[in-house]
Design a protein around this ligand. Sequence first.
Ligand code: CP
Length: 291
Amino acid sequence: MQHLIDTSNLSDRQIADILSDAATFKVQKPITLLRDKLLITLFFENSTRTRSSFEVAAKRMGAAVVHLDPSKSSTKKGETLEDTFANLCAMEPDGVIIRHSENETPGKLAKMEMTPVINAGAGNYAHPTQALLDLFTMQEHFGDVRGKTIAIVGDIVSSRVASSGIRLFTRMGMNVILVAPEPFMPQSTLPQYENLEAVLDSVDVIMSLRAQLERHASPIFDDYDAYAQHYCLTPERLGDRDILVLHPGPVMRNIDISDAILGDPRCKVLEQVKNGVYTRMAILKLLLLDA
Ligand code: CP
């Protein structure tokens, strides 16, 4: 039984297959490939993109999807997460897709070996399907990402997107540099910069990140307008540089990325969302059929 807790669960061959299948599915949807399959989604944190993207991906392949809303589930009556999961598995789904605030939760459920577990974002450590869709989006643009330089900008220390991305992008031969004010910078051996202007001439991609206010024990900045003056991606800041702009969403408009750059062809935010469906279709194929 194969799980996707982080991209380290995938071999190089499997990553290549996901990228290749996602490209194929973008041209031709395999509408019956998962016809007999049933997936359960279990999101203990809010989500717009990931939850709906998994659901769209599954349905586009003919699978059925059941969503359990934890706020209305028997976890509210004191049932443990493990018991909730075991009860769902007793209904014989072909996989459970889970989002949780704790880094360890998807791995803990995977160890029960009851059904394939897919991590849809956990704590600040892993969001593997986001990393894969970001890789797909960059590969689609560049052809080969090896040797390209990506700057991850913003609240890196709180970001599971950054954590999974750093592990996957470096594995794929990219140069990753981190740009953030000191409170947002994680412990890392990667090159670190506080000044965004210092790296603009040497990057191929900027991945902007939202300040994850819900993960801050106490407010880090009083005023995000002051933060934006240094880190918001604006036409003035980017000039005519040929830089691909990514963001996992949700975007804090005019703090992370300006309205003008969100409408600029260099900005691939909505393309990332579109590619998320095809990448997750490829991931479901891998875990439910191929593995
Ligand atoms: N990128 C991402 O995880 O977005 P959601 O929180 O909306 O799922």
